[in-house]
Design a protein. Structure first.
Length: 406
């Protein structure tokens, strides 16, 4: 793209501030900037002022398989799940494209060291969890790892350096999600450097679209992969392709399922799996009205008690049917480093928006979802922050509780 073409394009979208420092740049820097501009997705800016979607519909609690229900049919579910895994029908998708800004490390979140007396990264711990299933099933399943342009190289190199933790490298597939521009509250796209547009991963909602765009639709089809288990990188107790979960989902006839834990309090900051206008939905903690979150059943349990832990199983057949349907775009107000008045500023307070689509919105589109309750001490140890709630400290405690030597 030439300077004139870039200028014309930016004039159309009212974003000419991106060329403010063009005259000061070296030829190489100019090329970087023009290339960034040529790849920009301006359509996300249409979401400004919408605050991520429509008003909430009529909520009702989800029907769930409780821990007790599952215990009664455990063997049966497990056999069904192991059969599907052995037949190659199930693959895992690790969502590792996020930036982990709250952890404050510039490395991929999965490379964060959670060890105490020895190095143990989140990636390694999750691979150890996967090996539990591999041993049980007697085979390895395919694992897709979604990265972003920001952490793709470091992630791939790390896995290679670690010899893929003993996993078959031919069964590990990396692919990149897209980036979206960030902008100020008044909708002006930020520069991260004078020669670089500020970009951030466009949310975890695009995981399937990016997988297809990376050319894997045919691969899934050719390899008979019918179910995809997506999971977040930041839960070190994540059980991946859990045979009991897989078996229960298959038996339920639902198009997807989600692992849930009982919320500890109405205020806990997790999304709630419930129904909205009769359809499965995940309502984020900041969208849930406080009076509804506080409702209790006659037995004292929270009526909306099932918190999601970002571990879902999706039917590929159904994903293909809804492919192309537009996901809502959420605006996340964040502290975004950017160039202001010719210098780089790193604000302490949120100053602008990142644009993200969310995997939870796909659940809504699947039409049916099994809520599958798991014990939180066994399966939910999120690493979101450095200290305090959902932190490295709390995750370490939970890992030790589960017999992991740190
Ligand atoms: P979070 O919502 O916690 O975001 O991601 P994050 O980027 O990791 O962390 P913060 O908010 O900047 O501190 C939940 C899961 O979704 C993945 C993350 O890698 C994590 O596994 N994710 C998030 C993506 O894969 N892509 C994204 O664009 C955002």
């Amino acid at each position: 793209m030439t300077y004139t073409q870039a200028k014309e394009l930016l004039e159309k979208y009212g974003q000419t501030q991106l060329l403010e420092y063009y005259d000061e740049l070296t030829p190489e820097e100019r090329n970087i900037l023009l290339s960034d501009i040529s790849k920009l997705d301006f359509s996300v800016l249409e979401n400004l002022g919408t605050h991520g979607g429509k008003p909430l519909g009529k909520l009702s609690p989800a029907d769930a398989l409780s821990v007790e229900d599952i215990a009664k049919r455990r063997k049966e579910y497990e056999e069904e799940g192991l059969k599907a895994i052995r037949e190659g029908k199930v693959a895992a998708v690790l969502l590792a494209g996020g930036q982990g800004t709250r952890l404050g490390s510039s490395l991929p979140k999965g490379m964060y060291n959670i060890g105490v007396t020895r190095p143990l990264t989140i990636f390694e711990q999750q691979m150890n969890n996967i090996f539990d299933v591999v041993k049980q099933a007697g085979c390895m399943f395919h694992i897709f790892i979604m990265t972003s342009a920001i952490n793709d190289r470091a992630t791939r190199e790390y896995f290679k350096e670690c010899n893929y933790f003993g996993y078959d490298p031919l069964k590990i597939h990396f692919y990149e999600q897209k980036l979206a521009p960030t902008c100020s509250k008044d909708g002006k796209i930020y520069l991260e450097e004078k020669h670089k547009v500020s970009l951030s991963p466009n949310g975890n909602g695009g995981w399937y679209a990016s997988l297809v765009e990376a050319g894997y639709a045919q691969f899934l089809h050719e390899n008979g992969i019918e179910w995809l288990n997506i999971y977040a990188v930041d839960n070190v107790l994540q059980r991946i392709c859990d045979p009991v979960f897989v078996g229960a989902t298959l038996k339920s006839g639902c198009a997807c399922s989600g692992k849930v834990v009982q919320k500890t309090s109405p205020e806990e900051r997790v999304g709630v799996l419930c129904k909205e206008d009769g359809l499965p939905a995940i309502v984020e903690y900041y969208e849930m009205p406080a009076d509804i979150a506080a409702l209790r059943d006659p037995d004292g349990k929270l009526t909306y008690r099932y918190g999601v832990i970002l571990n879902y199983l999706f039917s590929v057949e159904k994903l293909d049917k809804i492919y192309g349907d537009k996901l809502p775009c959420h605006l996340a107000l964040k502290a975004i480093p950017h160039i202001e008045g010719g210098v780089k500023v790193t604000p302490a307070q949120p100053c602008g928006y990142k644009f993200e689509t969310l995997a939870v919105d796909i659940v809504r589109m699947m039409g049916s979802c099994l809520a599958f309750e798991v014990e939180r001490e066994r399966e939910f140890a999120p690493v979101k922050n450095k200290t305090g709630v959902d932190s490295v400290e709390s995750a370490r405690r939970l890992l030790e509780l589960n017999g992991v030597k740190l």
